[in-house]
Design a binder for this molecule. Structure first.
Ligand SMILES: Cc1ncc(COP(=O)(O)O)c(C=O)c1O
Length: 437
């Protein structure tokens, strides 16, 4: 028994038996609300589900039939722990779109990039180690880091992504405190949840900082190809081969149901990753890999990515125009790709406290607190535009504006703070910095 494992449920007869690392695996406080939020009358701006209805299902069906007909016994069998060689070659073509030149020997296919995050954490993290990440950061990566009992140190961003100067300061402070920094976890393109993109100059500078300080970079890039106007700058891995583990996935450019992603690792690490992959799953799904490989070979997969880009661009525009109309007093990021807008609330409002009211008003969002390991984010909301239609998005934002006004009226009753506009203009409740807008 140990203290960290105490945060469980006393009705569980095995409560005192869990390993310490299990203490990091806690259901989020907003999970119960999300069960309610999945009802059809609720507009959910909360999840990150790709709009798979835009996929050519007949082509995917054709690829599946083909695989079963021509390679059935292989598709139904265990495979290599590193992944199907042909798919690993095709993955090189996908990564080449973001400037990466690599060898298929260094690609390890995983069960989604989520599993690659797990494997990298398993290889590198000891209890008490530090993972540096952007603040905010991807919630389920942080769940993994914490489950390996690492501490997360958040470095702030602005509209150009992670701030190099702040990174330098954080590294110096952590080193002075005798902490061990294992890696920098970063989502440079169309960040989840912040929606911002790391500029090219900063990519190069941050890689140099990592090199100078002997810190591995874990570049997580699920959204890079889903840009709206301008492509994102080339991947960080295109600059630096030895110090970067790059993670990619077919979840957003094809479908998450295949649960297929990959890690491109420096040669030395690759060996250990394959062993970790084998220990965890023996081999990633042969069936999924072969179907994806066939799809890449026979379908216009780049054209399909263009289709997705068009769908998401339209939805982002619907969201920003609804925000401009219904909540002009607030600030938000304007993503040039990906799935998410990051909204900043005026100070007396608390996104987590407000969520029950929102669900009652039939709109759901993810409170910013989910994306910080240190209790931050109360003034932020992540809004997803990937799944709901433009009409639903508009309706959702209109409902959200009612929620905010209702909440402010309540606060007003107790504190006399007034309307949204007067909150913005008051000196007592000044707006937070708009650096992410
Ligand atoms: C930043 C980031 N990393 C990793 C993942 C996991 O993706 P998958 O395991 O489906 O490849 C997601 C999913 O939303 C994500 O947003």
């Amino acid at each position: 028994m140990n203290d960290r494992a105490q945060s469980g449920n006393n009705l569980d007869p095995w409560f005192h038996h869990y390993a310490e690392r299990a203490a990091g695996l806690r259901a989020s406080e907003v999970r119960a609300l999300f069960a309610v939020a999945s009802r059809p009358e609720v507009v959910s701006l909360a999840g990150g589900m790709p709009f798979v209805s835009a996929l050519p299902r007949d082509l995917i069906q054709g690829a599946m039939d083909d695989v079963m007909r021509t390679e059935g016994p292989v598709a139904l069998q265990y495979g290599s722990g590193q992944g199907v060689p042909k798919l690993r070659e095709q993955i090189l073509e996908v990564m080449a779109l973001e400037g990466i030149r690599a060898n298929a020997d260094d690609v390890v296919v995983t069960t989604g990039s989520q599993h690659a995050l797990e494997l990298v954490s398993k290889l590198f993290l000891d209890p008490g180690d530090i993972v540096i990440s952007e603040g905010p950061s991807y919630v389920t990566a942080m769940v993994i880091f914490r489950s390996y009992q690492a501490d997360i140190d958040h470095v702030p961003m602005d509209e150009h992504g992670l701030i190099p100067e702040a990174l330098r300061e954080h590294i110096a402070r952590l080193k002075a405190a005798g902490r061990t920094i294992k890696f920098l976890y970063t989502i440079p393109s169309f960040h989840n949840p912040a929606g911002v993109t790391l500029s090219w100059e900063r990519r190069v500078e941050i890689l140099q900082i990592a090199r100078d300080n002997d810190i591995l970079v874990l570049e997580d890039n699920p959204y890079g190809l889903l840009y709206f106007d301008q492509p994102a700058p080339d991947a960080m891995r295109s600059v630096e081969e030895d110090g970067v583990i790059y993670l990619g996935t077919f979840s957003k450019t094809l479908a998450p149901g295949f649960r297929t992603g990959w890690a491109l690792a420096p040669h030395a690490i690759r060996e250990k990753l394959v062993l970790a992959n084998e220990a965890a799953v023996l081999s990633p799904s042969s069936f999924s890999q072969l179907v994806i490989s066939k799809y890449l070979e026979t379908a216009d997969w780049k054209g399909q990515i263009d289709t997705f880009r068009g769908v998401y661009r339209e939805r982002k525009e619907a969201m920003l125009s609804a925000l401009g109309e219904y909540l002009p007093e607030l600030t938000w990021t304007n993503p040039n790709g990906g799935f998410y807008v990051w909204l900043t609330l005026p100070e007396p409002l608390d996104s987590k406290a407000m969520l029950p009211r929102a669900v009652k008003e039939l709109v759901a969002y993810t409170p910013g607190t989910a994306f910080y390991g240190d209790g931050g984010g109360h003034q932020n909301i992540r809004l997803s535009f990937c799944y709901p239609t433009p009409e639903q998005i508009r309706l959702g934002i209109r409902r959200l504006s009612n929620v905010l006004r209702g909440e402010l009226e309540l606060l007003d009753t107790f504190a006399g703070t007034g309307s949204l506009t007067s909150v913005r203009n008051s000196t007592r409740f000044s707006l937070p910095p708009t650096d992410l807008n």
